[in-house]
Design a protein around this ligand. Structure first.
Ligand code: NDP
Length: 333
């Protein structure tokens, strides 16, 4: 495989809105160390976190090549690498995946795929790891969902939302879904949501109280952030758990910890990567995720594939609440 010296990438050089995004065609291809592999990317998953780096909510180096996950083929291996070889097809979690080539640790968050998977399957794996592992770890570690629980999932037709609904249902719990349109709620229903709340037209607090006979929910999964935090705190049951895990509407402002004593509530602000901090955690959860997919318990819905050059449109759609399920980028070969 001949490796060029420059490549096509999506990056930003300063923080800001969609206008700071650049599609560049002559960005250097990374060099690899002895322990790394160079991956020629085929498809990369689009995630909300890209908006946080771009806006400056999360700090980053500049220029910053976006992307956190992809599927590709090993183009070169460092001299100490023994577990992967040139030509292996892999899925991985790692930075700078909105690029034709990405350097990654061979012993990192990466696993081999069958060489002969079709394009559709490659797209699914490219968009599976972040949302799949987030939802899997959060329903087992942030709050361990129990049979019979009532669980509120905000933005339930989104990338994370649809995967939350399927897995919570599989644990025998009841999913209460919010989403901003009837079409989105229908998708949440198909994924396993039992109760549907239209967040554009209905009072979420009143509806959750009605559904749970005033008890509230055992846990809330809230990736919307600023706009829903107070609602989530209000609908969580006594001794319940509020898992606030994202900022789609903006960051949650500081709040007084003493507010939690009213119901002995637990509030978590987890990050996926702190549940995958060592090799044992990665092996355990990535294998479990693969099992759920292979057994058909978890179905990832890739709703749109954009060419890499059109990432800006994908970001505009995602941040503009126009999307459902998962978006992926096709990387030019
Ligand atoms: P989604 O596909 O869920 O898209 C975001 C959804 O949030 C929208 O479709 C929309 O659904 C809802 N939303 C409500 N208000 C707004 C707003 N003002 N602007 C934009 N969206 C809004 O995205 P993802 O599944 O990729 O991510 C969901 C959340 O999970 C994000 O906050 C993300 O950062 C977080 N996340 C956190 C991780 C972690 O480790 N902590 C890991 C992975 C994801 P609707 O129209 O139905 O309200």
């Amino acid at each position: 495989m001949t490796i060029p010296s420059t490549q096509k990438v999506v990056l930003f050089r300063e923080n800001g809105g969609l206008d700071v995004l650049r599609y560049e065609e002559d960005f250097p291809v990374p060099t690899i160390s002895a322990s790394q592999v160079l991956i020629k990317n085929q498809y990369a998953g689009v995630n909300f976190i890209e908006a946080y780096f771009r806006s400056g909510l999360y700090p980053s180096e500049k220029p910053y090549v976006l992307g956190r996950e992809a599927v590709g083929v090993i183009a070169a291996v460092g001299k100490d690498v023994t577990n992967l070889k040139q030509g292996d097809r892999v899925a991985y979690l790692g930075g700078s995946s909105f690029a034709q080539y990405t350097a990654a640790e061979a012993s990192g968050k990466i696993f081999k795929l069958d060489a002969d998977i079709d394009e559709e399957t490659a797209q699914v794996y490219a968009g599976l790891l972040i949302n799949g592992l987030t939802t899997l770890t959060f329903i087992n570690e942030s709050y361990k969902v129990q049979k019979g629980d009532y669980i509120l999932v905000h933005a339930a037709a989104g990338g994370c939302g649809l995967l939350f609904a399927q897995q919570i249902l599989a644990k025998g719990a009841h999913v209460i879904a919010t989403a901003s349109s009837p079409e989105k709620l229908q998708l949440a229903k198909e994924a396993g949501a039992e109760f549907l709340i239209n967040s554009s037209t209905e009072d979420i607090v009143a509806r959750v109280k009605e559904i749970t006979h005033n008890k509230g929910v055992e846990a809330v999964y809230d990736g919307i952030g600023k706009d829903t935090f107070e609602i989530s705190l209000e609908v969580v049951a006594r001794k319940g758990t509020l898992v606030s895990f994202g900022n789609a509407s903006g960051a949650v402002p500081p709040f007084l910890i003493s507010r939690l004593l009213a119901k002995n509530v637990k509030v978590l602000r987890p990050s996926l990567f702190n549940y995958l901090a060592d090799q044992e955690e990665w092996d355990f959860y990535s294998q479990e995720l693969l099992r759920l997919v292979k057994e058909g318990i978890l179905k990832q819905k890739i709703t749109k594939v954009y060419p890499l050059a059109e990432y800006r449109q994908a970001a505009e759609d995602l941040e503009g609440r126009k999307t459902t399920g998962k978006l992926v980028l096709e990387i030019p070969q």
